[in-house]
Design a protein around this ligand. Sequence first.
Ligand code: SF4
Length: 351
Amino acid sequence: MSEQLSAEEVVDLVVGPDAYRDLPRLLEEVESGQKGINTILSTEETYGDIRPVRMDQNHVSSFVAIMRGCDNFCADCVVPGTRGRERSRDPETILGDATDLFRMGYREVTLLGQNVNSYRWKQGDSLLKFEALLERVAAIDPSFRVRFATSHPKDLSDELLKVISRHPNLCKSIHLPVQSGSSAVLDRMKRRYTRAHYMDRISAIRSILPEASISTDIIAGFCGETEEEHRETLSLMEWAAYDFAYMFKYSERPGTFAAEKLRDDVPEKVKTRRLNEIIALQGRLSLESKQRDVGNTFEVLVEGTSRKSAEQLYGRNSQNAVVVFPKGELKPGDYARITIRDCTSATLLGS
Ligand code: SF4
């Protein structure tokens, strides 16, 4: 049998996300035969000299990080521990990155942060909040679509929804992770909102942005979840009529509050059954959502050739639904008016 090696014997370099400026020194240490280790998290590091920008291979969509870390400390999440406290980037560098992407031909940017609603940039006496940043990015060009992720339900403001309603290029699609429909579970998760507050935020979206799609994240089988609490999640899903959802079974993450203080006591079989019920319900809700779009016409940003046919293109509407349609003279980066003729639970089919 081969000898087992410990991590210390095989790993030379361990670098946390906030230690990148220390890399030259760490590499020197490794070259001189020592271990290079720096995992210290900073409260000030905003990665100002590097561009936290990702460009999609389709040359249409791009992503710009506007902040780092998170101050929320949800019970099941590793982010505050691994990426540190919340820090916002300078708005001028964000605008510079987004403007460059537009000039390079990109037609969509997604502004990224763990909790974008708490973006804030203070300079002297003036404070720039996320709503104002979003308006400034939207003003780069009317043909440059802007999305953002992710919003925290406790911080999603009416003011933000009103800003989105005023700008056609701010996409009408809100991702609002609920995690559970039970206030008791939300309390154990340390999510800092209740079922009633979450429902109030969904009602605000429906009233200020009636054409917006709403998506969410759901966790099945969190610590101590009872059958009744699970049913509260199902009833909330039905009420919210989500257009799309990311759905997971709870699994413990080392170092989190939940791992250290709560018991992961929902049996695996029960978690699986609850997740399957959630997935089945969302399958129906997604299909109903797509069926409501049949007969409607949307402005679609073309992203590329459909995986299923070289004669078809695909793109997305403002609501973030994937639309497949005949190629014609169109190419990636063009906008097209597409009328929806048919659908599946995942895709709109149009012409
Ligand atoms: Fe922050 Fe989201 Fe993690 Fe909660 S789940 S701590 S909001 S990153």
